[in-house]
Design a protein around this ligand. Structure first.
Ligand code: SAM
Ligand code: SF4
Length: 453
C-alpha cells in the first residue's frame, strides 16, 4: 500500500463541484445567465423538495494558521449589524426574482465563525429570512460553532429558531499542535458547549478533527480521538489537512513544510483514526466523515441519497442552493456562481441593488453527465453509464486513464459499471480525476489543488 500512496499522492480537486472552481468558464458566464438557471431550478424544485441556503458569516476574532476558509479577521463587533443587513438585502434580491414564496429545507450557517455574531443578530438574520419564506416540513438547519466563543444563549436561540444540528471545530487536543496552528482550545471548552447542545436538544452534534497538522504525531491523533470518545458526537469529520499557502487570504504560516506529516506518515494518521472510529461504532461515510448508525448521514448512505456540495457531504439533497454572504457559492444544478470575496466589496455591490456574483459557470449537457458520475463516485463509490441519459462521450478515453489503477486493484470496471473497492477509498479523488474532462483538456500551470491523499 505504501508505494501506492507515493504513486497516487498528487495534487487534485476535492470535488465539491464539477467542473471544479479553477475550471469554470468565466468568459461565457454572466450574471443574467446565472439568474436564468436560478429561476429554472427554483420553479422545478421549490414546491416539492424545497431549497437550501448557505449563509457565510466570515468574521473571526483571531487567525488559526491552518485555516483554508474565507474569513475576515477582526475584533470589531460593530461590523455585525451592517453585515446582517446586507445578507438580508441580498436574500430580498433573490426573492424579488420569483413569484412563489421560497420553501426552505436546509439552512447552514458557515464561516468564518457564525458564533462571532451575538445571538440577537443571528435571530434577526433568521427571522429576516423568514419574512419572505416558509419552512419545509422536513427542514434541517445547522451551524458551525466555535467552542471558544459559542454561548448557551447562541445554542438556545438557534434551537428555538429550528436549528437541530451543530458542528464544533475541534481539530486536535494537543497543546503543541494547538500552539502551532494558533488555536489554543482546551478540552473543557468543547465539553462545555457539547453538553449544552445535548441538554438543549440538538439531535446531531458533529466534531471537526483534522489529520496532517503541523507536529501532529500518531500519539496526538490517538489522544484526540480518545478525548472525542468521551463526548460521543453523532458525527465526526476527519479532514485531511489541506496545505494551500499559495491561495490569497489563507494565511497558513507559523510552521514550516518540514513540520507537516507527509505521504505514508500522514496516511497512517488517517488509518489510525479510521480504526479507532470503527471500534467506537462509527461508520465511514464518503471520503472524510464518520457517523453513528443513528445519524441521518448514515441513513442517507444506506438509502443511497447521500449528496456532496460545497459544504461537503449532506443527507439533504436539494437541487437549488443559494449562497448568501461574502465569498459564498450558489448551485442551481445547471449553474454555479460565487460572490465577491471581500466584505467591503460585498456590502457595496448589494447596497447598490445588485446580486454580488463575480464568477461562475453554466453547465453544458456533457458537464451535467460528468457531474453526476463524479457525485456517484464520491458519495456511493460506484457509478454506471448503462442508462441512455448517463452515457459518457468518448468513455474509452476516460477508462484508459484508469488502466494503472485497475492493475493496482484500486478500481474495477465490469461492462458499464465502475466500483471502488473498500481498500481503495483513499484514492477516490484520483478516480474522479479520470472523468474530469476539463482537467484533461488543460493541466494546471500553477499550484491549484491540495494533495489527494
Ligand atoms: C469554517 S471552519 C469552522 C468553524 C469555526 N470557525 C471554528 O473554527 O470552529 C470549518 C472547518 O473546516 C476545517 N478546515 C479549515 N481549514 C482546513 C484545512 N486547511 N484543511 C482541512 N480542514 C480545514 C476545520 O476542521 C474547521 O473546523
Ligand atoms: S478555523 Fe474557524 S476560527 Fe479559525 S480562522 Fe478558520 S474559520 Fe476562523
Amino acid at each position: 500500500m505504501n508505494s501506492l500512496i507515493q504513486k497516487y499522492n498528487i495534487p487534485g480537486p476535492r470535488y465539491t463541484s464539477y467542473p471544479t472552481v479553477p475550471y469554470w468558464d468565466n468568459e461565457t458566464f454572466s450574471k443574467e445567465k446565472w439568474i436564468d438557471t436560478f429561476k429554472r431550478s427554483f420553479i422545478e424544485s421549490n414546491s416539492s423538495e424545497g431549497i437550501s441556503l448557505y449563509i457565510h458569516l466570515p468574521f473571526c476574532e483571531s487567525l488559526c494558521t491552518f485555516c483554508a476558509c474565507h474569513k475576515h479577521i477582526t475584533k470589531r463587533h460593530e461590523m455585525e449589524n451592517p453585515y446582517i443587513e446586507t445578507v438580508l438585502k441580498e436574500w430580498q434580491l433573490y426573492v424579488d426574482l420569483v413569484d412563489e414564496t421560497p420553501i426552505i429545507k436546509e439552512i447552514h450557517l458557515g464561516g468564518g465563525t457564525p458564533t462571532f455574531f451575538s445571538e440577537k443578530q443571528l435571530k434577526r438574520l433568521i427571522d429576516g429570512i423568514f419574512i419572505n419564506a416558509e419552512k419545509h416540513p422536513d427542514h434541517e438547519f445547522s451551524f458551525e460553532g466555535h467552542p471558544n466563543n459559542t454561548t448557551k444563549e447562541h445554542l438556545q436561540t438557534l434551537y428555538n429558531l429550528g436549528f437541530t444540528r451543530v458542528s464544533f471545530g475541534v481539530q486536535d487536543y494537543n497543546p503543541k499542535v494547538q500552539e502551532a496552528i494558533h488555536r489554543v482550545q482546551p478540552f473543557e471548552n468543547v465539553e462545555k458547549v457539547h453538553n449544552w447542545a445535548k441538554e438543549i436538544g440538538y439531535t446531531s452534534i458533529s466534531h471537526d478533527l483534522v489529520f496532517g497538522l503541523p507536529f501532529q504525531t500518531k500519539e496526538n491523533v490517538i489522544y484526540t480521538i480518545n478525548k472525542t470518545k468521551e463526548l460521543e458526537p453523532d458525527r465526526i469529520s476527519f479532514y485531511s489537512y489541506a496545505h494551500v499557502p499559495w491561495v490569497k487570504g489563507v494565511g497558513q504560516r507559523g510552521f514550516n513544510e518540514d513540520d507537516l506529516p507527509k505521504n505514508e506518515e500522514k496516511r497512517e494518521l488517517y488509518e489510525i483514526g479510521k480504526e479507532l472510529f470503527a471500534e467506537m461504532g462509527y461508520v465511514e461515510i464518503g471520503m472524510d466523515h464518520f457517523a453513528l448508525p443513528t445519524d441521518s448521514l448514515y441513513k442517507a448512505t444506506k438509502e443511497k441519497t447521500l449528496h456532496r456540495n460545497f459544504m461537503g457531504y449532506t443527507a439533504n439533497k436539494t437541487q437549488l442552493m443559494v449562497g448568501l454572504g461574502m465569498s459564498s457559492i450558489s448551485d442551481s444544478w445547471y449553474g454555479f456562481a460565487q460572490n465577491v470575496k471581500t466584505v467591503k466589496e460585498y456590502e457595496r455591490i448589494v447596497n447598490e441593488g445588485e446580486i454580488p456574483v463575480f464568477r461562475g459557470h453554466i453547465l453544458s449537457e456533457e458537464d451535467l453527465i460528468i457531474r453526476k458520475h463524479i457525485l456517484n463516485i464520491m458519495c456511493h463509490f460506484s457509478t454506471s453509464w448503462e442508462e441512455e441519459q448517463l452515457q459518457i462521450k468518448n468513455v474509452e478515453a476516460h477508462i484508459g486513464k484508469l488502466e494503472e489503477m485497475i492493475d493496482d486493484g484500486l478500481v474495477s470496471i465490469k461492462g458499464k459499471k465502475l466500483t471502488v473497492p473498500e481498500k481503495a477509498r483513499p484514492y477516490v479523488r484520483n478516480i474522479c480525476m479520470a472523468f474530469d474532462k476539463k482537467l484533461h483538456e488543460k493541466q494546471p500551470e500553477t499550484k491549484l489543488f491540495s494533495m489527494t491523499i
